[in-house]
Design a protein around this ligand. Structure first.
Ligand code: TXA
Ligand code: MG
Length: 316
C-alpha cells in the first residue's frame, strides 16, 4: 500500500467512512484514526501499530454534546475542567455506554474521551458527525510523531493517507485524568499540568502513572516512547561522547557536537513542543548513544521526565 501525505480533508473523510485508517493531526501528537463505530476499521489500527488489543484507545469528539451518548456519566468537576481546557489536550476517563465497542476499551467498562483543538481535526470531526478512535500514530512502543514525516517514517506502506496539519503545537500527548473517590487522579502526565488542573479543582491531583497489577494505560508501561538509539538521562562529557549525541534544554557552551537544544531560551513550552522532533532527529544521526538532560520535576517537566524515563528504561 502506498502512503500519501496531503491536505485533502474530503479524501480523509471518504477513506474513514469507507472503513480505512488515516493519520490525523492533533495539537498534541499525530493520531491514527478510524471510525469508532466500525469495529473492523478499529481492528486495523491495532494491526498497523502492532499494538496489543488490551491497550484501550481514546475517542475524539467535536463537542461534549456529541460525546454524551457514548458515556453514562460526566461528573460536574469534569464539566468544569472541560469548560476551562477544552477543546484542548485533556482526556477524561468515564463510564462507557453500550455504543462503545469493547475493542476500543480493551474490555474495560470505562472509555477515554477527548476534545482536540486542532482546527483541521475539528472540521473533520464535524463533517464526519461521529467519533474517531485514535491512538498516537507510531509503532507500538516507539517515539510519538509530531509532524507528517514522523508518521511516514514509521507507518509508510501500512496506511493509505496522512492528513498533514503541520507541526503539532503542544508536542506532548494529552493529560489523562479519572475520578477516584471523588478526587481527580492523573493517569498520564501531559500537556495540561497538575498545577493548571489545581486551579480548577482547588487541590493538586494525585498521580497514578505507574501501573499496579494490570496496565490501565499504555503510557504506564515501563518501556515506552523509545528511540532506536540507546537513550540515557544525564550528561557524559567523557570519551564516550565521541560517538554520542547530547540533548540539553537550553544552551550549554561546554558541550561537544553533535548537540541538540530543545529551547534556546530555556522555555518549557517550547522544549515540550520540540521534544519528540529532537528525539527523532537525534535518532536519525545514527550515533551509538543519546544523552539527554532531565527537567526539573514540575509543570511540563513532569510529563517530559515521565516520557524520558520510560524511553531510557528500555536501555538500562
Ligand atoms: O494526545 C493524545 O492523547 C493522543 C492524540 C492522538 O489524541 N493520543 C494518544 O493515544 O496518546 P495513545 O493510544 O497513544 O494513548 C492513549 C492512552 C493509553 O495509555 C491508553 O491505555 C489510555 O489512553 N486509555 C484509553 N482508554 C482508557 C481507559 N478506559 N482507562 C484508562 N486509560 C485509558
Ligand atoms: Mg501512544
Amino acid at each position: 500500500m502506498i502512503t500519501e501525505i496531503g491536505t485533502d480533508l474530503q479524501h480523509a473523510r471518504e477513506l474513514i467512512l469507507n472503513g480505512q485508517i488515516v493519520s490525523i493531526p492533533t495539537e498534541t501528537v499525530y493520531g491514527l484514526a478510524a471510525d469508532a463505530n466500525n469495529e473492523d476499521a478499529v481492528c486495523e489500527i491495532f494491526k498497523a501499530k502492532n499494538r496489543p488489543t488490551t491497550n484501550p484507545l481514546i475517542l475524539h469528539f467535536d463537542s461534549l454534546a456529541t460525546a454524551l451518548p457514548y458515556i453514562t456519566n460526566f461528573p460536574s468537576i469534569f464539566e468544569k475542567l472541560h469548560t476551562q481546557f477544552c477543546p484542548g489536550p485533556l482526556t477524561f476517563v468515564v463510564p462507557k455506554s453500550t455504543l462503545v465497542s469493547d475493542l476500543i476499551t480493551g474490555g474495560q467498562n470505562t472509555v477515554a474521551i477527548r476534545f482536540p483543538k486542532h482546527p483541521i481535526l475539528q472540521q473533520l470531526l464535524k463533517e464526519l458527525g461521529r467519533p474517531l478512535a485514535a491512538p498516537s500514530a507510531n509503532l507500538y512502543g516507539q517515539l510519538s510523531p509530531t509532524n507528517a514525516m514522523h508518521v511516514h517514517s514509521q507507518l509508510k506502506d501500512r496506511i493509505p493517507y496522512i492528513l498533514d496539519g503541520g507541526n503539532c503545537s503542544e508536542g506532548l500527548e494529552s493529560t489523562i485524568i479519572g475520578l477516584d473517590e471523588n478526587k481527580i487522579v492523573v493517569y498520564r502526565y501531559g500537556s495540561i499540568t497538575p498545577e493548571a488542573l489545581a486551579e480548577v479543582t482547588g487541590y493538586l491531583p494525585k498521580a497514578k502513572v505507574h501501573a499496579e497489577g494490570t496496565v490501565l494505560t499504555s503510557g504506564m508501561v515501563k518501556h515506552h516512547y523509545a528511540t532506536q538509539t540507546p537513550l540515557y538521562l544525564g550528561f557524559k562529557p567523557d570519551e564516550e561522547s565521541i560517538s554520542s549525541v547530547q540533548i540539553t534544554i537550553g544552551k550549554h557552551e561546554f558541550i561537544a557536537d553533535p548537540h541538540l537544544i530543545l529551547s534556546e531560551n530555556n522555555q518549557l513550552e517550547e522544549a515540550a513542543r520540540n521534544l519528540y522532533a529532537i528525539l527523532h532527529s537525534a535518532d536519525a544521526l545514527g550515533m551509538n548513544k543519546i544523552y539527554i538532560e532531565p527537567f526539573l520535576n514540575q509543570g511540563l517537566g513532569l510529563a517530559m521526565n515521565d516520557r524520558l524515563a520510560r524511553a531510557a528504561a528500555k536501555f538500562s
